[in-house]
Design a protein around this ligand. Structure first.
Ligand SMILES: [Zn+2]
Length: 454
């Protein structure tokens, strides 16, 4: 009997199981043509030039796969190549962007539908981009490209270009880094299609994906605060594969952005004159966070093994602990303070501890102030400002009645003098409640005609 069972078993193992195995269906695999080692998420065609001095190394010498998302088509700004403006300019800049990154062999390039929004306030760019739609699209592309590393603009308010669209790209990229691995975020993207071989599939068949490292770069005019916050790449090194310095490879990539005076036209001139001082600057990166072992200033791909990571939840929102009546800088500054905490980016909170901005001479500044009353009774709060010489106060100062447990969102507006100033000056906002000083907020302001509207 035992013999019979054994022979039946061996018949099963030898004859039936291999057949069963060969007939077993496997799940469809992600399309490897779209896999990226590094996904670059920026706002405008030509923003990628901030890191091409590094990307040349990753692509040509380390054979890494790069994909790019542009949040807008760059439909604002002067056209240094022709008469086209607005939508037509965006159509041109999409092609310039594709040609430029095509120089580096990058073909996995997507454009979101954000309008180019000149200004420095990230919240205004997030509004015009339609934040939810842009995030939905970006999370989809993170799941499609399965990047090991995401590289994007620094989500912070800096003195310098401080483009609100750049910051919006950084905010959305950070959110996508944290959401793409969560199957409940945009769940329709990770649901299996009902019948992949048929029409009418309304779910996408992607998989949750947890990227491993998040790096930032900045458009600040002073870059001292970025030193030693991440790796620094020389652009003077010679590419072993191309036998040319990385700065020259970067200039050759930039030269396609001909509608843009300060990138494409500048690159054409630099190549013609052989004067590459701009391109010889190193590429400075800031490590936002890493889920793999490695050092702060180590290589971008240090610690990357190709192994799939489990979802790493970010800390999430924790209401701040406050007492009494208090004031703080609100708007984009207040948002970032919360955003860094939510996304586990404590290091960013220490980069620029004091608020600063750059303003066009003669323009208005908008200082968003949050007046918090965390007591149990309504309180009168007096707001005043100390303005530097030549500034005129326009609105916002005075007495407010702030109800118990309420935050009063206030804008202080003032007009800057018409003359450009090399040195920064400081505006101070003061507040008193019941005759007692409850706080003051200093904001350092640079005046430069090249600044974006604040
Ligand atoms: Zn830009």
């Amino acid at each position: 009997m035992r013999k019979l069972i054994l022979s039946a078993l061996s018949f099963l193992i030898i004859n039936i199981m291999p057949i069963a195995r060969s007939q077993a269906r496997t799940a469809p695999a992600p399309d490897d043509r779209f896999k990226a080692d590094i996904l670059v998420i920026v706002a405008h065609p030509d923003d990628e030039t901030a890191v091409t001095g590094y990307l040349a190394r990753a692509i040509f010498d380390e054979h890494k796969r790069i994909a790019i998302i542009f949040g807008t088509r760059g439909n604002s700004g002067g056209n240094a190549a022709g008469a086209e403006q607005a939508g037509a300019l965006g159509a041109e800049r999409e092609i310039e962007g594709r040609r430029a990154v095509g120089e580096f062999g990058i073909t996995n390039v997507w454009f979101l539908n954000g309008p180019d929004t000149p200004g420095q306030d990230v919240l205004r760019s997030l509004e015009t981009w339609n934040h939810g739609t842009a995030l939905d699209q970006t999370v989809r592309l993170v799941r499609l490209t399965q990047p090991e590393v995401i590289m994007t603009w620094l989500p912070d308010y800096v003195a310098g270009e401080n483009h609100g669209d750049h910051q919006a790209a950084g905010v959305i990229a950070t959110e996508a880094f944290d959401f793409a691995g969560d199957p409940t975020a945009f769940p329709e993207q990770v649901a299996a299609p009902r019948d992949a071989n048929n029409i009418g599939n309304l779910t996408e068949g992607l998989h949750p994906w947890q990227p491993k490292k998040l790096y930032y770069f900045s458009d600040a005019s002073q870059t001292d605060f970025l030193a030693n916050q991440g790796p620094k790449y020389s652009t003077e090194d010679i590419s072993p594969a191309k036998k040319e310095p990385y700065y020259l490879l970067a200039a050759n990539e930039m030269k396609y952005h001909l509608t843009q005076d300060d990138t494409g036209q500048m690159a054409v001139k630099a190549i013609a004159n052989g004067s590459f001082s701009y391109f010889r600057q190193p590429v400075l990166l800031v490590l936002g966070k890493s889920l793999v072992p490695g050092s702060l200033t180590g290589d971008v791909l240090e610690g990357i093994t190709g192994e799939r990571l489990a979802f790493a939840p970010s800390p999430g929102f924790r209401p701040p602990t406050r007492n009494g009546v208090s004031i703080e800088l609100g708007g984009p500054w207040g948002f970032y303070k919360q955003f860094w905490q939510v996304h586990g980016l404590d290091r960013l909170a220490k980069l620029l501890p004091n608020a600063e901005t750059t303003l066009i001479p003669g323009e208005k500044i908008f200082l968003p102030i949050w007046v918090h009353n965390d007591t149990g009774s309504d309180t009168q709060v007096a707001i005043s400002t100390t303005l530097p010489e030549g500034w005129s106060e326009l609105n916002g100062a005075g007495t407010l009645l702030v109800h118990a447990q309420e935050t009063f969102p206030l804008y202080i507006t003032a007009r800057a003098p018409h003359q450009e100033r090399k040195e920064a000056s400081t505006i101070v906002v003061h507040a008193t409640a019941n005759g007692n000083a409850i706080g003051e907020i200093p904001v350092k302001v640079y005046l430069s005609p090249g600044a974006l509207p604040q």
